[in-house]
Design a protein around this ligand. Structure first.
Ligand code: SF4
Ligand code: SF4
Ligand code: SF4
Length: 321
């Protein structure tokens, strides 16, 4: 996805938007301080736009910043992120006229830690990582090592249905096709589903015993937009402020219900977790349940009502009627 043409087009667009006063801020990516990483760049300064990058490491879902900034914003989005922007519009958290959506057709993001594991090398030892069609090439001491994308893309990218933004003002390249490796994408989730309820309970008990309550999973998620999260409420106190796995699991269970119909399977919560809890096994399951029960995918139509705030006479639950 390192595409010099697309990157230059982005810089030109961003510069023009700032110069013409069409936006107050640009939110995009710049190179991170570690090799093969990118980090969010939020700027009002047109001199900064030369630092903007598009490469296979632009993991963050930048839509999370839209509810934190005031003014008109030009934002760089991949397919999943664009749906988060649309979902925020559906929830009246963002006004469509206040965003200029700069869309990146996205062939999937590379999970560098998988390459490190496969090669037994640290990222600092690698010369280059590049995508060539359905292969990812890592170069080490001048030698090329090829990996099929199924081995080194993030799971959510392998199962991505809509890699090209559906809603945009500028599209930086030609629409791209999904990788559509659903079985590879679902492998971790599928293994868990084959276990018994008791085994799953034990699994999650062990996982959430390691949770350090940093709330990174919540903080990186555009669908978690409450000004005051229920975990911080003291009246009523929904959760005890004690480091117990039960509280940690309850936090995540409630968070999943709050993001149901808003989650776009962007994968950010799992990536952000410092203790590697496989959170996507919960969020993707909820994403699929929402799809099956309501035939609803988050962020597909900015003019449609949001799933959890809209009720119909024919709803299954009696209490709504
Ligand atoms: S989920 Fe799709 S759009 Fe999002 S980063 Fe992965 S491939 Fe790109
Ligand atoms: S719950 Fe996770 S995967 Fe879903 S939108 Fe939030 S950060 Fe992305
Ligand atoms: S990011 Fe991980 S450790 Fe932090 S609160 Fe979420 S689940 Fe717990």
């Amino acid at each position: 996805m390192k595409d010099v043409e697309m990157e230059q087009k982005l810089r030109n667009e961003a510069k023009a938007l700032l110069e013409e006063g069409k936006v107050d801020y640009i939110i995009g990516f710049e190179p991170g301080s570690l090799k093969f990483t990118a980090t969010p760049l939020i700027t009002k300064d047109r001199g900064d736009v030369e630092r903007l990058v598009i490469d296979p490491f632009i993991v963050n879902n930048l839509a999370v910043f839209l509810t934190e900034l005031k003014g008109r914003i030009g934002i760089v989005v991949k397919g999943c992120d664009s749906r988060s922007v649309v979902s925020l519009i559906q929830d009246n958290k963002v006004a469509r006229e206040d965003v200029v959506i700069i869309g990146v057709p996205c062939p999937g993001l590379i999970d560098v830690s998988r390459i490190e594991t496969l090669l037994g090398k640290d990222r600092d030892e690698l010369d280059e990582i590049a995508r060539e069609g359905d292969k990812v090439i890592a170069t080490l001491n001048g030698k090329r090592k090829e990996f099929p994308v199924t081995e080194v893309l993030f799971d959510n990218c392998l199962g991505c249905e809509l890699p090209t933004p559906q809603e945009y003002d500028v599209l930086l390249g030609e629409p791209t096709s999904p990788v559509a490796e659903r079985s590879a994408s679902q492998a971790k989730i599928g293994q868990l589903k084959e276990t018994t309820p008791q085994q799953r309970w034990e699994f999650w008990k062990e996982q959430f015993s390691r949770c350090i309550k940093c709330y990174a999973c919540r903080n990186v998620c555009p669908a978690c937009f409450c000004k005051r999260c229920f975990v911080e409420e003291s009246e009523p106190q929904w959760l005890l402020p004690v480091p117990r796995w039960q509280e940690n699991l309850m936090f995540q269970a409630v968070r999943n219900i709050h993001v149901a119909g808003r989650c776009t399977d962007c994968g950010e919560c799992e990536r952000a977790c410092p203790v590697n809890i496989p959170l996507r096994s919960l969020t993707k399951e909820m994403y699929d349940i929402v799809g099956d029960l309501f035939q609803f995918k988050a962020g597909m139509d900015k003019d449609a009502p949001s799933l959890m705030t809209h009720y119909e006479q024919e709803e299954a639950e009696d209490f709504i009627r």
